[in-house]
Design a protein around this ligand. Sequence first.
Ligand code: GDP
Length: 333
Amino acid sequence: MAAMAKDGAENLAKRVLAGERRALARAITLIESGRDDHRAGALALLKAVNRADRQALRIGLSGAPGVGKSTFIDAFGMMLAGLGLKVAVLAVDPSSARSGGSILGDKTRMDRLSRQPAAFIRPSPSQSHLGGVARRTREAVALCEAAGHDVVLIETVGVGQSETMAAELCDIFVLLIAPAGGDELQGVKRGIMEIADLILVNKADGDLKAAAARTCADYAGALRLMRKRAEDADGFPKALAISALEESGLQTAWAEMSALAEWRRRSGHWAARRARQARYWFGEEVRHGLLLRLSRDAALDGMMQSLGDAVLEGRESPSVAAAHLLERFDGGG
Ligand code: GDP
């Protein structure tokens, strides 16, 4: 059984490496599967496609609903396709898990790009936890990279923790915001600004053009006041005004992303960032795997529930309760 899974995975890996779209789609379905018997094949597949010579530029793109993410990805992706680049779009969408359906990455939202033969669009995996969504998206990114995509766009809705996780999946993090009057900086949490490499103020067109320029200047000012990170090239992080609808500023945005990527490659920050991310995801996988082992053991799971209640009701301290559980775990359940 295991040998069969391995053969199948190796065959699938060959087809992914040859750039076959259907194989890529199947491969992602395999890694997203929650079934234990699929997981061995998924791991064999990931091992077989691991090729250091294939590196895409991984761009994380975050923004609140309605800010223009799909409009931007459609226009930006088309522009990249026009440059002869193979683009993949993946989504980290915690809300799709709740609704059971997927919202981000929906093909109808990226109408033109979805009809591009060289482009690959994949909705968010439906997992019950953001961590699960992000872990599987990370593997999908690796598969897209192996399939020869030059640019992988990882889209996430700007809510809660999702952008922190998205930042661990990408080489460059882009934040899309809308122009606003008055206290616009209030709308974006500081934590998000701290991980952004590029802030794109979208909808800089028509009546909103002047407001977009003001918002852009405000953000540029705020970014200048922030502590510079070692991996920031000169002048980064930056704010730019664009219009996804009128497709203006997209080439400048791409030029900035390329310049930053190139600088990070040459300075060693690119490799260092990827290495740090690999270490982060290793930790996430181990943590998740251990929790899964705990919850799958009926006795341990029951104990976790009752100790959780005891902590909740103040009958036990978190540390003592955790120590009890882990002692039992060490003892083999
Ligand atoms: P998402 O929820 O972030 O994916 O946002 P959408 O791409 O679906 O866009 C939300 C709304 O904003 C739609 O009505 C778009 O037509 C509009 N929109 C997107 N980009 C622009 C833009 O550059 N300028 C203007 N004026 N409207 C835009």
